[in-house]
Design a protein around this ligand. Structure first.
Ligand code: NAP
Length: 266
């Protein structure tokens, strides 16, 4: 079945590449400008460039992947209602938050197919092996969604519409906010003239390796977990000098870390 990508950005291009690597055919790759659409074709290594303004021209078939930004999904679905989609078998969007039912108006099996993965760039198909995708939708849509995810060598994870929102919130906390803290930590080092290079990358890798080996609950280290309160207090004072706005969050994180991981403090 052919895959058409409406909004060929990081996720759209990555999924198209992986689908192609699995032996699937890639059809139209749709962007706002022809330059971007041609770039999409080069990036995926297949497909036909198309712009949103020409969406009514082709006869779509197979699978429609709507991978525009979340705020544009509904309006894009409305646009597609006026296109020739009679031969389309399945339509999905990739948002972790948006309800799958916003695609109901297209009168096709529908689903939300959300990769639990950070696409900071277009990724290679092998990087998507074993990735979980939460899926929700109508009965037929879920069947198509599972087959699509398995074709990409991923793992489908059926969830209800509320469950997917909770999962997305949790994913934002662990992935996006983890990065915010990393960037903040690098900035603190810069105030002391220290270039961290890839030190923190290695530090975070070591933390993740511990999580992999012994699980989150047993992987925690650091002064709060050890109950070294003099260090925690002294570092709070240092932070107050360097970045007073950060102190409230520091206090909150110390308290949460204490509750989660400090067995002696319970
Ligand atoms: N990034 C992630 O880590 C991630 C993970 C899981 C799921 N998702 C979901 O995947 C979807 C796409 O995210 P992404 O990270 O791939 O975003 P992206 O790289 O910014 O790509 C967004 C695509 O939407 C198009 N677009 C943007 N504004 C538009 C508008 N006003 N009208 C029509 N098209 C517009 C862009 O077209 P041009 O290329 O022409 O600008 C681009 O092709 C979202 O629903 C997101 O929630 C993202």
């Amino acid at each position: 079945m052919r895959l058409h990508v409406i909004g060929a950005g990081k996720v759209g291009r990555s999924l198209a590449k992986a689908y192609r690597a699995s032996g699937g055919k890639v059809g139209y790759l749709v962007n706002r400008t022809l330059v971007r659409a041609e770039e999409s074709v080069r990036s995926v290594g297949a497909g036909v460039p198309l712009v949103f303004d020409d969406l009514k021209t082709p006869k779509f078939d197979g699978i429609l992947a709507i991978t525009v930004t979340d705020r544009e999904i509904e309006s894009t679905a409305k646009l597609l209602e006026n296109c020739d989609i009679t031969r389309v078998s399945f339509v999905f969007h990739a948002s972790g938050y948006a309800d799958s039912r916003i695609l109901r108006g297209l009168c096709k099996p529908y689903a939300s197919v959300h990769p639990i993965f950070a696409f900071g760039r277009v990724v290679e198909p092998r990087e998507l092996q074993g990735v979980y995708y939460d899926i929700s939708g109508d009965e037929k849509g879920l069947e198509y969604a599972s087959n699509f995810v398995r074709a990409l060598r991923g793992v489908p994870l059926p969830v209800d519409e509320r469950g997917k929102k909770v999962l997305h919130l949790a994913a934002v906390i662990v992935s996006n906010f983890g990065l915010t803290l990393m960037s903040q930590a690098e900035r603190l080092c810069h105030t002391a003239g220290i270039d961290v290079g890839d030190q923190f990358l290695k530090l975070v890798y070591s933390t993740l390796a511990n999580v992999e080996k012994v699980g989150v609950k047993n992987a925690a280290t650091g002064p709060v977990v050890r109950g070294d309160w003099a260090v925690v207090k002294a570092e709070r004072e240092l932070l107050r000098e360097l970045d007073p706005d950060f102190v409230d969050l520091y206090d909150k994180l110390v308290e949460m870390t204490r509750r989660e991981f400090c067995a002696e403090c319970a």
